[in-house]
Design a protein around this ligand. Sequence first.
Ligand code: DON
Length: 561
Amino acid sequence: MNSKVACLYFLSLILFTTQLFAQTYARNGMVVSANKLSSETGVDILKKGGNAVDAAVATAFSLAVTLPSAGNIGGGGFIVFMTAEGKVTTIDFREKAPLAATNDMYLDDKGRLIDDSNHNSIKAIGVPGTVAGLYKAHRQYGKLPWATLVQPAIDQAKNGFPFNWSLLTAAERFTASGNKYPFMDAYFRNGTGDVLQPDELWKQPQLGTTLELIRDKGQDGFYKGEVAKKIAKWMKANGGIITKKDLRKYKAIERKPITGSYKDYKIYSMPPPSSGGVALIEMMNLMELANHQEIEFNSTTYVHLVAEVMRRAFADRAEHLGDPDFNLHMPLEKLTSKAFAKKRFEAIDMTRASVSDSTKFGQLYDGDSTTHLSVMDKEGNAVSLTYTLEYGYGSKMGSPELGFIFNNEMGDFNPQPGITKTNGQIGTAPNLVAPEKRMLSSMTPTIVSKNGKPYLVIGSPGGRTIINTVFQTVFNVLEYDMRIDKAIEALKIHHQWLPDRIIYEQHLLSPDTRKALEAMGHTLTGYGNLGALMGITYDPEKNVFTGAADSSRPDGGAVGY
Ligand code: DON
């Protein structure tokens, strides 16, 4: 390092928590989430001596208060945890189908899907997993007392926090929608019944009381006793099928991560019931086989290659993946092997688009219904946590007595057995509804290690686009050595096998490139934004954490200390 560079570098370190451009630097730990107040909550826990798991748990509870479109206790998700020594595990707290669920529950007597009922009805609610998952993560790997981690969220719910512009957009939408979503209509009003306004303190006393029971009784505070009783009563009164037994039986599960490599880096991600890890590793393996000296980032050849790689991984996802407890013989090793990637790679024609064939056998949205948080502590332990309500504000339903929103995750099951359509609806067997089964997810919380230690922590919301935005961000860092903020903000495309088209971030792909891709046989659709990535990299030589929150989330923040 020459002296000028060194001087600038150290100046930046003096400003430990100062945001320079879109990144934040810190020496002792970092939390990146879609709400800055919640990231600060996580950092406070680190400062109290908590580890990355403690900070992630506290941040996740806080997001259930500050970011109710996606942060939740009524949904589910996944944690990938890597210790500073490089040991990795995952916690699956995906929602599951209630005991009374059946594989034709969304069909009429002619076998037709009843209007979006798998997404838009009380029967779209899966048994929530979040509280069990956070509790399990803390029990096995946390350091500070449980109550210390839940208390900040209780304070934010009971004492209130400043309402923001993003929340106002939702508040205006829901309060204008008449009586369609009564819970949501009442949710965004203050004590006198007016719609909340930016900077007004938003208090959620019922949610605060529910969180107090969770603080005092742990997992049982949600799955047994008063809360469980109220959930079951509300379900019954409104035509839902989740019972006290469903709640009592819910368990978060620790699972081995899906692992892969890219050059000298090791990649750890979420195994089924998420499809994210398998598809990510398959795509990284395929990309490793290309000559990147000759394929420049953002060129026609680059976009073609990336789209073809995605097409293949998403076809394999549709054919093979579902809940591992119901699909005992999924070919996970094969799908993530270098040999399989070689075969897949050889079949890519670099001059022509392939055609996705729905007869042999892939819905897109980028929303605010899922959220990712990344944490690293001063020892170098790392947590990558993505959790979701499925749609923005999930089912848009909840019990007013309890104050939280339920997911509509049942919509992630394949709704119509045997019916795979060119619009992306899938009907393959591994992901059909069955009692107590977990629905296939695309969430891809990921940690990459270098020399055996956590190097990159990353994840995103976005439905099926999650897998692809995480893939491209990981690739940008590992292959192009992009800074984390650049890697997050750089062009993203999305191909998911079906529908057979490339979605591209509108202003990042040039008209010339689009024309050239069309001439190769691709169909292209412009889209405003793909993903909301929250990432951290760690440089062990300089002992510096660098964090960046996607600019698509204006309330997000990378906070370090
Ligand atoms: O688990 C899944 O894959 C979906 N429920 C995630 C939905 C999502 O990310 C929507 N957008 N933010």
